[in-house]
Design a protein around this ligand. Sequence first.
Ligand code: ADP
Ligand code: ZN
Ligand code: ZN
Length: 753
Amino acid sequence: MLRSPPPDAPESPSVPQASILRLALPSPLRRLFDYLPPRGVDAQRLPLGVRLRVPFGRREIVGVLVEHAETSEVPEGKLRPALEVLDREPPLPPHLLELCRWTSQYYQHSFGDTLSWALPNLLRQGEPAEARVQRFWLAAPGAKLDDPRLTRAPRQRQALQTLQQHPHGVLHELLGQLGINKDSLDLLVEKGLASQESRHHAPVEHHGGWLAQAELPLNAEQRAACEAVRAGFGSFHSYLLAGVTGSGKTEVYLQLIRETLEAGKQALVLIPEINLGPQTLSRFERRFNARIALLHSALTDRERLDAWLAARDGDADIVIGTRSALFTPLKNPGLIIIDEEHDASYKQQEGLRYHARDLALVRARMERTPILLGSATPSLESLHNAASGRYGLLRLTQRAGGAQAPKFQRLDVKSLPLDAGLSMPLQRAIGETLGAGQQVLVYLNRRGFAPTLLCHDCGWISKCPRCDARMTLHQGSGELRCHHCDHRERPPRKCPDCGKLDLRPVGAGTERAEERLRILFPNYPVLRIDRDSTSRKHAMRDLFATINKGEPCILVGTQMLAKGHHFPRVTLVAILDADGGLFSADFRASERMAQQIVQVAGRAGRAEEPGRVLIQTHLAEHPLLVQLTEQGYFAFAEQALSERRAAGLPPFCHMALLRAEAHKPGQAEGFLDEACAEAEHLQAQLGSDVELLGPVPAPMERRAGRFRAQLLLMSTARAPLHRLLTPWLQVLEGMPSGRQVRWSLDVDPIDLF
Ligand code: ADP
Ligand code: ZN
Ligand code: ZN
């Protein structure tokens, strides 16, 4: 994809040797752009990786120097000089630049745009790549918690205690997360018990050790896992830590991180979007005397750049972040951890469609560090890699701390009436659990009141005007909403087709289950946890406070309930509908369903009382469901993998999906038809036999007013697929029909929609 000059291009006499700069620019075009150096600058002295400000059309943009060249295809008089060199040193270390190049080639994405995804916003805009001065709060050296002036000031005392746990000081921006308010600090400063300092990051300083809190003694399986990874320190090794929920994976991470810090290195920890709660972070904060840099999507541009620079300059010891934190440079990389490696949020679904877990492996290899993937429900890809010996498999089969694993039970609802999704046997089980003073978790991965509004008279249903999808009735907000394009409207009072008044909600979402459960169990609180109920600030915190009181109650929620949280008093988990995952046309649906069931189940019975999981289904004898509930996730995965092998599906084949969408029907298919013909033509030249499936309309043909179609490429080996993709994308980029549609290529797609 990187353009090199034609071999026989004449050397332009007026342009001296290697004086052309080849830049990656933030453009979707898969090519580099040539410039002359700024006036008075010697091109050959500019190191690769520095940023330059350049004219681009009528705008000025920031690009990255990635090659020196002697000649250019651009006619001599048309080459423009860059305006300004922005860096003395490249802001990205060589390994990271290399990782970005690899990423752009593998995902067939423009190098310049790949860099845009990888670099903090402010660097893309030309901000200096240097740390700025920041504000820190510190406990005064002699300050005592039993100071008489604090006896009647519990908040100040609390604040002082937290400061004392952070001998490097607490960054002003992190006060909120640690639950300290500024007023308490001001009062402590007045009393001479705390002080404020401004400096570059936290200084490296001698302290009593990396641990702020004692480590738990590991059980035998945890110790074996730690020892295996430790043996791989200092070189590239990959491990899959498959540990049931509550088995103490996080404790393994923490102890390995401590060893990484002791070796003078940094640890990079990726977590899924949804785990980015205060619970996860405070575990790291509490454990270590270490500088932790946090990278996630809610940061301001400035905060992001600061954290990024701290990581790059070795001023952060531990870097924790979501997907894009994978691209954070580290001065002394020592260990990469990917928590919940099966989580779909690691795959970016727009622009640069990369998978952070897969790229983390590439990165670990480049930087020669060990990498640990952890999950209670590993992806089939990772299990396959473990089975074939590419990853070391480390298993934690027991819950740590003595809690028992939950028991699964399939509840056949084939001929049972469902009341807002709840069968009679399930209602009875809920009543018994509440009566015993315990909590119940009801899982239903569907927001809103009802997935459809139906006219009982003529059969009209509430369809989205812009998508091939039904609109969900949300009673709380009194709206019909499309979950695909977010179109919203008031529900009609009477049927738009026949005018009758008999409109009825069909099916059940979380709102409806909540409403029904309140009526069925009026003496117990019913708490709904989904995107709608938790959008208010602190809503989530308030809900958890209620749950943690431990009194009997019912939690109803979507997959927000399935991750990361501990609900020790929940002893009954009810899965209202497992069938979606068994019926779906998407070959990954059953894997996702199994992961969700096991993850939700893992929330239950963490403490003394064992948990019970009831799964409502119409397919009680489905082999995958039987395996899952009777033998566990690994048996399920083995069965699912053998089905994938038989069907020639990933991980036993490699896919790329070309998607297109357009305002007029037929336009997207037209483009894909041409694209398909070009691929066949190239295949004939290359002698390759990548399978081309389609073009076909997308499973949801119309979305947000556009008509969508797709072409699927499949190959048993990766190499021939990529040999085809590279030249093919060059051709597609030049096709006039491509300008009338929106198209994108998804390498290793995780859904085919
Ligand atoms: P996971 O990450 O696998 O879900 P956690 O690390 O959160 O599991 O551990 C679950 C619970 O078990 C936590 O409360 C943790 O403190 C406890 N735990 C972990 N390891 C041990 C151990 N070796 N001994 C006692 N308790 C442990
Ligand atoms: Zn009607
Ligand atoms: Zn819609």
